[in-house]
Ligand binder design. Structure first.
Ligand code: XIL
Length: 442
């Protein structure tokens, strides 16, 4: 049988803009069963439901939100037994109205405690203000009151935050000193009793890479909690990273270690900061590297079924905590710039999620007898036993390079410039099956 042939020569890329080809981060993330989220800070409370750019970016792009500061102990229980839920209620109501999930952050931490708790320490040492029994009942009441109020509305809780030192020992917070190490187990039990359906996490920084003293300690501790039947669902890797300084394979190895003990390892506070002097020297290179770093973090979620949440710590450089935290040495850590324009990092996350959604949603046949792909120079020749009713080619950025909808068995595409990295081929066959092929270019 003579094969039908479609021969196409493209002199220029028929590029579509992102707005034509793409929807939003959460639009594609949901097709891949991934939660993609952001922390919202003080700007949220003056912007929400205003349809301001700030509000629209959140509404469109994120399906899970976390309050940056407004559920911390000092804000929510400023004096003993008196809870101020004004801010947290606003966020929870917004999330319910806009069908967003929430991460509650955080029930128990050494930092951001109110003065009445801090009164229990003198120069960092417990001073006898609280007995073990009194501090236990304070923590229990704090956790029970908050988790009960938001039962069914907050899906994840960072129950304990930053419990470990760099050397792997437990941090000597007021909780640890007065209650003992078992404050961690107790906090999880109380949170679980208040909302048995909420997922509970132990959140920390510098625990991302497999094999460091701190990450080993966290892993062993969580393993112990599982053995003691403490209700813990996962660990949160904060992921406050520096551009071009992320050890993906060590993070991947670590996530997989948690999978082996039935525990999630999710990305809870991602930001990737750039040294201001480097940015001033060559912003384009820095932003491109940052984009690749963000993309790789998405790949960790694709590659691990126990890592299906990725949350950035803010979303616009306008409101990042990084300049202040680093004494203005670093900045530009997030995926939108100060004017709310999406940065290359936004596009690379979006594109990776988009590519993932192509394969997640379709029945994929990776059978070479159905579809044969040959690359010769700047030509791609696609040949199939069945009619191909639609054929599309995308570059690494998710941009459509080629799109045809004629029913043929062979297509020859000539690109005037072959993309340097990955390209994705998506072919719909006459039997409605969709074949997605990633062609990795070296
Ligand atoms: C930070 C906030 O972003 C700042 O606005 C605040 O001044 C200090 O706390 N790890 C955490 C977060 O778990 O709660 C911290 O958030 C950043 C580091």
């Amino acid at each position: 049988m003579k094969k039908q042939l479609l021969l196409i020569a493209l002199s220029i890329y028929p590029l579509l803009t992102y707005s034509q080809t793409q929807q939003s981060l959460s639009f594609y993330a949901e097709k891949c069963s991934i939660n993609v989220g952001a922390a919202v800070g003080s700007a949220f409370y003056s912007n929400y439901n205003t349809n301001s750019t700030y509000d629209l970016i959140i509404k469109r792009n994120f399906n899970i939100l976390v309050p940056e500061n407004e559920m911390k102990f000092a804000v929510i229980e400023p004096t003993q037994g008196n809870f101020d839920f004004s801010k947290s209620d606003q966020l929870v109501n917004y999330a319910v109205a806009n069908r967003k999930s929430l991460r509650g952050h955080t029930l128990c931490w050494h930092s951001r405690n109110p003065a009445w708790i801090e009164a229990g320490l003198t120069n960092g040492i417990a001073n006898g203000t609280f007995t073990r029994t009194s501090l236990m009942s304070i923590l229990k009441n704090h956790i029970t009151t908050i988790v009960t109020r938001y039962k069914g509305k907050i899906q994840h809780w960072d129950v304990v935050n930053e419990a470990f030192n760099t050397d792997g020992t437990l941090r000597t917070s007021i909780w640890q000193q007065v209650i003992g190490n078992e404050y961690i187990d107790s906090a999880f039990v109380w949170a679980n009793r208040a909302d048995p359906a909420a997922k509970l996490y132990l959140n920390d920084f510098s625990v991302e890479n497999y094999g460091s003293a701190k990450s080993n300690a966290l892993f062993n501790y969580v393993k112990g909690m599982k053995n003691r039947n403490i209700p813990i669902n996962g660990v949160g890797f904060q992921c406050h990273f520096i551009v071009n300084n992320i050890q993906y394979s060590k993070i991947d190895q670590n996530i997989k270690a948690y999978a082996s003990i039935g525990v999630e390892a999710i990305i809870t506070e991602l930001d990737i900061r750039i040294k201001k002097t480097d940015y001033e020297t060559d912003s384009a290179t820095q932003l491109a590297t940052q984009a690749e770093n963000y993309r790789q973090m998405i790949l960790l979620c694709f590659n691990n079924s126990n890592c299906k949440t990725i949350v950035t710590w803010g979303f616009t450089d306008l409101y990042s905590w990084i300049p202040n935290f680093t004494s203005n040495v670093y900045d530009y850590s997030l995926i939108f710039d100060r004017s709310y324009n999406p940065k290359p990092a936004y596009s690379s996350m979006l594109n990776e999620l988009y590519l993932g959604s192509l394969s997640a949603n379709n029945s994929i046949i990776n059978d070479n007898s159905t579809l044969r792909v040959k690359e010769i120079g700047n030509k791609i020749i696609i040949n199939s036993d069945m009619d191909m009713i639609r054929c599309q080619l995308f570059d690494i950025h998710g941009r459509l390079l080629f799109n045809s909808s004629s029913s043929v068995k062979e297509i020859e595409i000539t690109l005037n410039k072959m993309p340097l990295s990955l390209i994705v081929l998506r072919v719909q066959l006459s039997n409605e099956q969709v074949v997605v092929r990633k062609i990795i270019k070296q």
